[in-house]
Structures are given as structure tokens and as C-alpha cells.
Design a protein around this ligand. Structure first.
Ligand SMILES: [Zn+2]
Ligand SMILES: [Zn+2]
Ligand SMILES: [Zn+2]
Length: 213
């Protein structure tokens, strides 16, 4: 049985995060007042490896008025910092927000080589699909357990009828005859690629340090 993407936590997560980057900043309920984006960036410049400071930057971005002049830089920094931490959904949401709201800016151009910050996922060899457990319904045979793969079942006497469990195909209906349950790769969330943390960190720190005016 193929699992839907919605059942995957990282994806459900990314929807919530995309919402928190709405331009008007609703969907944000900070437990403490969010710092200004400039203040959050200043803290990060002193301690770029502190994930809590990246979280404060996100709070600042979500709470910022639409025209805060540090928003574009904040989004670029947050996208790269999140990629360094391998929080890909966060990173993609911030990048999308940056490209949508601030296209053709120096900040957007800092993410030009975004694809170069990833490598193919080794778990699924870049396919995004990973063969999972052996199918419990057919024990890995791929055959319909009701008709044994014949596609027909015996009725009274010598009569036969198409197997209703497999619609006459003879294939296990749970795994489609593959014998294994396939699903999105858990390592890359089905995207087929994973970040290069060191490369992401170098760009993150470079963008953070540059005073983009
Ligand atoms: Zn099966
Ligand atoms: Zn059958
Ligand atoms: Zn993968």
C-alpha cells in the first residue's frame, strides 16, 4: 500500500511553515515578543551556530511588518541556516518566500546556486522512493493470498469465478504485486536529495556577515 505524502511528518510540517511566512505575519503566536529582524541578525552574527538564534530569526520574520527592510536578508539567512541544520522544509519555505516577495534583489541572488547546496540522497539513490518492509499481506510473494495468484476462485462444483480480492489480476492488492511496500524515502522526504551542510554553512555565514544594504 502506497502511503500518501500527507502522512509524512516533514511535509505536513512544511505546510505549517509556509503559512508562518505569509507576508502579513499572521499565524505567529510568540511566547515572548519577537525581536526585530535586524536585532535577530546581529545576534546570529555573534553566534552563527546557535539554532535557538535561528528560531528567534524565524519569529522575527513571521512578526515583521511587510516593509521591514531587513526581511529579504533575514529570509536568505534563515533559508541557508536551516539548510545547514538539514531542516529542508524550513529552508525551502524561506527560499520560496524570498523569491516570491523580493525577486531580483541582491538577497535573492545569494541563493542562485541553491541546487548546488544538495547532493543526491544515498538512501534512495536519488529516486525519492525507498522499498520498505516486506509486504505483510502476501509475505513478499506479490501474489494475491486469496486465490494464490491464479486470479480465480473455485465455486460449487467445477465452476470458477474471478477472485474478488484482486479483481482477477492475481496480484496482491496491498503491494500491487511488488512484494514490498514502497514509500517516499524517509531520509530525503521523497525529494531525492539531501543538503550539503558544510557548503550551506559557508554560504550562510558569508551572507550573514555581508552587510547587504
Ligand atoms: Zn503484497
Ligand atoms: Zn486473488
Ligand atoms: Zn532519499
Amino acid at each position: 500500500m502506497k502511503r500518501g505524502y500527507a502522512s509524512f511528518l516533514p511535509c505536513a510540517f512544511s505546510v505549517a511553515l509556509a503559512l508562518s511566512f505569509l507576508p502579513d505575519g499572521r499565524a505567529q503566536t510568540p511566547s515572548e515578543p519577537a525581536p526585530a529582524i535586524g536585532a535577530a541578525l546581529a545576534q546570529l552574527r555573534k553566534a552563527p551556530r546557535d539554532p535557538l538564534l535561528l528560531a528567534r530569526l524565524r519569529a522575527a520574520l513571521a512578526a515583521a511588518p511587510a516593509r521591514d527592510d531587513q526581511t529579504a536578508l533575514g529570509l536568505a539567512v534563515f533559508a541557508l541556516g536551516s539548510l545547514w541544520l538539514e531542516r529542508v522544509a524550513d529552508a525551502e519555505a524561506a527560499r520560496q518566500a524570498l523569491l516570491r516577495r523580493f525577486p531580483d534583489t541582491a538577497e535573492a541572488r545569494t541563493l542562485e546556486d541553491w541546487d548546488g547546496l544538495f547532493r543526491p540522497c544515498g538512501w534512495c539513490h536519488g529516486t525519492g522512493i525507498r522499498g520498505g518492509e516486506i509486504c505483510a499481506r502476501c509475505n513478499g510473494t506479490g501474489k494475491c493470498p486469496v486465490c494464490g495468484g491464479a486470479g480465480r476462485v473455485a465455486l460449487m462444483g467445477r465452476r470458477q469465478a474471478p477472485c474478488s480480492a484482486c479483481n482477477g489480476s492475481g496480484k496482491c492488492s496491498a503491494c500491487g504485486g511488488k512484494g514490498r511496500e514502497e514509500g517516499p524515502c524517509p531520509r530525503c522526504g521523497g525529494t531525492g536529495r539531501v543538503p550539503l551542510p558544510e557548503r550551506a554553512f559557508r554560504l550562510y555565514r558569508a551572507v550573514l556577515k555581508a552587510e547587504v544594504e
